[in-house]
Design a protein around this ligand. Structure first.
Ligand code: CO
Length: 178
């Protein structure tokens, strides 16, 4: 099987503003296939990946989230099967913000708290070229913001306000590596 590596900081491709996808052609399908491989092959379990993280400076993110339940067994996060969002744009941010710990496949073993809007509205195109609109909260809202930042050359480590929250750790596959 083809091996697809995830680039890590300080690779300059991670700092470039990615280009809009103009046409969903073979090249774009290939990028999405490679992103899928990268997510599957990653040593650290990741929930999402952005195209620049595999060296492709185009505006595509790929998300895959498992169902999460609280101690009482109540679903707190619905499963999201592997989904590609093309030219994703966050068009609305909630005023309410929340501080959550983030990690990134491009900054391995590093975690820190980032304050971001709690809810967002995302507009994008799916692989069939159709417009998709999603209201996201919780983990998904966090993932969308972190991934769209990747398309603009921003890493979560740039956004950590309280440096005391930074910790280095071997991931336990429970951390939000996105
Ligand atoms: Co990331």
């Amino acid at each position: 099987m083809k091996a697809v590596k995830i680039l890590t900081e300080p690779n300059p491709i991670l700092r470039k503003k990615a280009k809009e996808v103009e046409k969903i052609d073979e090249n774009i399908t290939k990028v999405i296939e490679d992103m899928t491989l990268a997510l599957e092959q990653s040593e650290i379990e990741g929930l999402a990946v952005a195209a620049p993280q595999i060296g492709e400076s185009v505006r595509i993110i790929l998300v895959r989230v498992r169902e999460q339940r609280d101690k009482e067994g109540k679903v707190i996060q619905k499963a999201i099967p592997l989904t590609a969002y093309i030219n994703p744009q966050i068009t609305k941010f909630s005023k309410e913000k929340i501080s959550l710990e983030e990690g990134c496949l491009s900054c391995p073993y590093l975690y820190g708290k980032v304050e971001r809007p709690k809810k967002v509205h995302l507009e994008s195109i799916n692989i069939q070229g159709k417009k998709v609109k999603i209201n996201a909260s919780g983990l998904l809202a966090r993932i969308f913001q972190h991934e769209v930042d990747h398309l603009d050359g921003i890493l979560f480590i740039d956004l950590i306000t309280d440096k005391k929250t930074i910790r280095k750790a071997k991931p336990k596959n429970e951390e939000p590596n996105i």
